[in-house]
Design a binder for this molecule. Sequence first.
Ligand SMILES: [Zn+2]
Length: 180
Amino acid sequence: MINLEQIKLPTLNGAVRDKNHKIDLIVIHAMSSYFIKDRGPNHIHAPDFLNSIGLSCHYMIDPSGICIECADPAKLTTWHAKGFNTNSIGIELLLPGCVTYSDFKDIMEHYNWITSAQLNQLTRMCHALMVKFNMDGRPEKHIKTHCELDPTRKVDPGKHFNKGLLCSIIEQRILGNEEI
Ligand SMILES: [Zn+2]
């Protein structure tokens, strides 16, 4: 069952999209749903955390599959993938709960943490975005993980993220097999 629920939490960081740059890339990221603030008891929600460190993305997908729209990719460039921002759309998959950065890296390395609700929503969104922005050709060409683009600095969305499965489901949808 695909969860179509969507909420908006507009980002504070980004720039008006330069229409001369065609969008031809979707970058898949991961981050914790909440961060520990100043080593104290307060937890900061992922959209607020990105705002506080000058970064941004277009969408987040929480563990229950709910999509949080932070920026409209047709209107805004966001700061999510160094060197690739001007031609891309950034999607953050959110880990449940609040983890430290070392635990986050451990989870990226060892666990298949992405929920089926997240994967369903991600599939639906990637397909819709490929259609909307006229990304022709196979999904593999247009969908990259952050660690693929920046392997020396980034580990998200982790070793167990199954990009091949994501792309094959999108391909079936492109071919019209909507029930898949
Ligand atoms: Zn990332």
